[in-house]
Design a protein. Structure first.
Length: 320
């Protein structure tokens, strides 16, 4: 009996590993097939390009969220960071600062906001949920104070700025190219560098990581800074797309990002997951939104469907 169990257990572990790696991709393929059958126009090139443009914003935020969740943390402030950094970027542009320089400064400011989160968690010994919930409220409030609750418009017609959110390069939307380049860079960082190994080690066993010599607080601060910077980058793309900065921008974006990460197979308990899975998860969320829009489903029902998908993803995560 023991010999049978010994043979069965490795097979079970192998199947679980395969499911974790290929499950999200198979889920995306099945979703695409279903949506395409229900509405053949989904596969039209123009719609696919629009889908990639739409997915880029959530994917960028979710990439940063992947690092955070891999450490066993959470970042609820990314939507508010997106809004505040976008407003500050737009404000700089209106005041005459070069748009590209304004975007770079906005990303740095987003990184600093993320640093605040990291310091509250590491130095302030606050739970990530509480710390980022508090900063989410603060950053959202500062956005409303800065904008007076009104959109910031009159951003000009700078070609590079318009290209950043609305343009194409070789027929591919620039936001999609930005998403792919960012994915490649972060994939290398997470899977091929000591920083990535430290990220996994912290999520796997933080005390063991600390004992082994990893500077856990420093790594965590860097990870939350990265999350803030990517949220700001996503905000710059959104501002370019709309040619304005909306004070309510980014509302509930943190939920979409978390959903993409979990759908991609990253464990909420930390230590397990891949950024490739997050990209697939973001594509699943985007395909779901796009497909439901094409089918004429009410936005109210879309919220219900998205909530059900998140519940299923979390339940699957608990069974791993």
């Amino acid at each position: 009996m023991n010999s049978i169990n010994a043979v069965t257990k490795p097979k079970t572990n192998m199947m679980n590993a395969i499911t974790q790696k290929l499950g999200p991709l198979l889920g995306l393929i099945i979703l695409v097939v279903i949506v395409s059958i229900l509405n053949p126009s989904f596969l039209e090139p123009l719609n696919i390009l629009n889908l990639l443009r739409q997915v880029a914003i959530n994917a960028l935020i979710a990439f940063g969220m992947t690092f955070v969740i891999l450490t066993g943390g959470i970042d609820l402030s990314v939507g508010a960071i997106l809004a505040l950094s976008s407003a500050l970027t737009a404000g700089m542009m209106v005041s005459g600062i070069d748009p590209i320089l304004a975007i770079l400064i906005g990303c740095i400011l987003g990184g600093l906001m993320g640093t605040v989160n990291g310091l509250l968690i590491t130095k302030g010994k606050m739970a990530p949920f509480i710390a980022t919930l508090a900063t989410m409220t603060i950053f959202r409030g500062l956005t409303l104070v800065y904008t007076g609750g009104n959109p910031i418009t009159g951003l000009g017609d700078n070609y590079l700025f318009q290209l950043f959110g609305r343009g194409y390069f070789l027929g591919i939307p620039v936001p999609a190219i930005t998403m792919i380049l960012t994915f490649v860079i972060l994939f290398i960082i997470l899977h091929k560098t000591p920083f990535g190994r430290k990220t996994y080690a912290i999520g796997g066993n933080e005390k063991a990581a600390l004992i082994s010599g990893i500077k856990v607080p420093k790594v965590k601060v860097m990870i939350y800074s990265l999350s803030g910077m990517l949220a700001a980058l996503a905000g710059a793309i959104l501002t370019s797309r709309l040619n304005s900065a909306q004070p309510t921008a980014g509302t509930s974006y943190e939920l979409d990002a978390i959903a993409a990460v979990v759908l991609g197979g990253t464990s909420l308990s930390g230590g397990k997951g891949r950024i490739f899975g997050t990209l697939i998860g973001a594509l699943i969320i985007g395909t779901l939104n796009n497909g439901l829009n094409l089918l004429g489903v009410s936005s109210f029902y879309q919220m219900v469907v998205k909530g059900i998908v998140i519940l299923i993803a979390v339940l699957l995560d608990r069974k791993k």
